[in-house]
Design a protein around this ligand. Structure first.
Ligand SMILES: Cc1cc2nc3c(=O)[nH]c(=O)nc-3n(C[C@H](O)[C@H](O)[C@H](O)COP(=O)(O)OP(=O)(O)OC[C@H]3O[C@@H](n4cnc5c(N)ncnc54)[C@H](O)[C@@H]3O)c2cc1C
Length: 447
């Protein structure tokens, strides 16, 4: 008998073993799986880029969506109708030559359309454009009984908004029509500023945070003391052709997203520890200019430095890592989170901070007005206690955690951040989804 390590999300933990993994190739295959759902139900899985247990189903069926990638219709007016299994990477490669760009792009292109809608993902432009769901004109959903329905903000809006951000728990998203953005080039004009600590960063965001369509900050929690939270803020906009050098002007809409290869195997121990994290953070900070205006950057540089190396999550070793992402409404609570991390004996190798704009009508969508922080911690003894402390700060502030990143919180903490959870449960029950659609995350958090 061979050892089955089971499935995990991007963080590598927890792992769980489904009873069956089935590829969703067409509507018939999907309907067969739903009709045969056993007691442990069905979980949908895109490219497995959620960090925790959202696409896991111990003892049940995992329905894998990436094979559902047939329909691809680019309408003249910039709407795109696509099957839900297409990745954002594939879509960008196909729409860019026609001068279109996706309205919201998360920190990796390796996610499916279904996963992007189910997590209602956000990008660097949330303060201007909102989430992915805000740009979905309509979607087609297979319900628990096999019925195919079309929903939109005007056609069964409750089911539409419960599906946006609903983590695959209302039905199978099989197709969506998205509204795209026009671009002249595939490049970005970027301003960079360095700050000495987290207070300087928040001042900068307060003063200049709305000047560009895209903005995000990387900050350092491995360096403690007066320089805790020193940061590099990058903000920019799509570049016009006139900003490009002659060589890039020859093919301004080229899909220019260089990659370097992949991490070939999982080392026996995490390569991320206090010393390597400090060195990495020092390097990242030093390589950024103190202030620079109008630099032309390609897709990898500006949007997806994490896509430079495939399977980079392996560097955390077999124990894996947790990405802790929360949003809090005020800067005092954000500073409290950063200080709690900085004074702990756990190290976060990569930290990201962004100011969100308005929330949307989805009961489970994560973004709300305030500041979001994401921090990557290698898993080792004692981490749970630190993260429980962070949860307490978030809950006291009236903030919330992001389901697509979560692997470990409890139902009460989650519910405190999502006051409309019962609205979500009511829609789930109305369409019979609670009989079929589930996941390890849904059971853990009683969704
Ligand atoms: C390096 C990296 C950077 C990231 N950056 C960001 C970021 O900037 N912003 C952000 O918001 N997120 C970010 N994420 C998280 C990622 O965008 C989300 O977790 C996304 O949902 C992953 O999509 P997926 O296709 O891999 O879905 P999976 O991870 O496989 O599944 C995610 C959820 O979607 C459901 N689902 C999948 N397909 C369907 C379907 N067809 N119908 C219904 N439900 C479905 C699953 O059941 C599950 O609940 C990042 C992740 C990584 C690894």
């Amino acid at each position: 008998m061979t050892y089955d390590p089971g499935l995990s999300g991007w963080g590598g933990a927890p792992r769980s073993t489904p009873a069956a993994r089935v590829r969703a190739t067409d509507l018939d295959a999907i309907r067969r799986v739903l009709a045969g759902a056993g007691r442990r139900g069905v979980t949908l899985r895109g490219l497995g880029r959620s960090y925790g247990d959202a696409s896991l189903n111990a003892g049940g069926t995992v329905l894998e969506m990436p094979a559902l990638d047939g329909t691809f219709v680019l309408h003249d007016d910039g709407r795109l109708t696509v099957s839900a299994g297409h990745s954002l990477d594939t879509i960008l490669r196909r729409i860019l030559p026609h001068g279109w760009w996706l309205p919201v792009v998360p920190g990796t292109r390796q996610v499916t359309v279904g996963g992007a809608i189910a997590a209602d993902v956000h990008g660097k432009n949330h303060h201007v454009d909102g989430t992915f769901g805000a740009h979905v004109e309509s979607l087609r959903l297979v319900l628990a009984d096999g019925d195919l329905v079309e929903v939109s903000p005007t056609q069964d809006p409750e089911l539409f908004w419960a599906t946006v951000g609903g983590m695959g728990l209302t039905g199978v998203i099989v197709e969506a029509t998205l509204r795209l953005h026009r671009v002249e080039t595939s490049y970005f004009l970027v301003d960079t500023d360095r700050t000495d600590d987290v207070h300087g960063l928040l001042d900068l965001i307060d003063a200049h945070g709305d000047e560009h369509r895209y903005s995000v900050a990387w900050f350092d929690t491995a360096t403690t003391g007066a320089r805790l939270g020193r940061a590099v803020l990058t903000a920019g906009d799509s570049a016009p052709v006139s900003a490009l050098d002659p060589e890039r002007r020859r093919d301004p809409l080229a899909f220019d997203a260089p990659t370097l290869g992949k991490v070939p195997l999982t080392p026996p121990l995490s390569l991320v520890n206090r010393w390597t994290a400090r060195a990495f953070n020092e390097l990242w900070y030093r390589k950024a200019p103190a202030s620079r205006r109008g630099e032309v950057q390609d897709i990898t540089q500006f949007f997806h430095p994490l896509d430079l190396v495939d399977d980079w999550n392996r560097v955390y070793g077999p124990a894996g890592f947790v990405q802790y992402q929360a949003v809090v409404p005020d800067r005092e609570s954000l500073v409290e989170l950063v200080e709690r991390i900085g004074t702990s004996d756990h190290v976060s190798s990569l930290n990201v901070l962004k100011r969100f704009g308005a929330a949307n009508p989805s009961p489970l969508s994560f973004p709300m007005p305030g500041l979001t922080l994401a921090a990557d911690f290698p898993i080792r003894p004692g981490l749970g206690a630190l993260l429980a402390d962070l949860d307490a700060i978030v809950t006291a502030a009236g903030g919330r955690l992001y389901l697509a990143k979560d692997a470990r919180t409890d139902a009460a903490t989650l519910a405190a951040g999502y006051p409309r959870l019962d609205d979500f449960r009511a829609v789930r029950s109305r369409v019979g989804a609670d009989r079929v659609f589930t996941s390890d995350l849904a059971r853990r958090l009683e969704l």
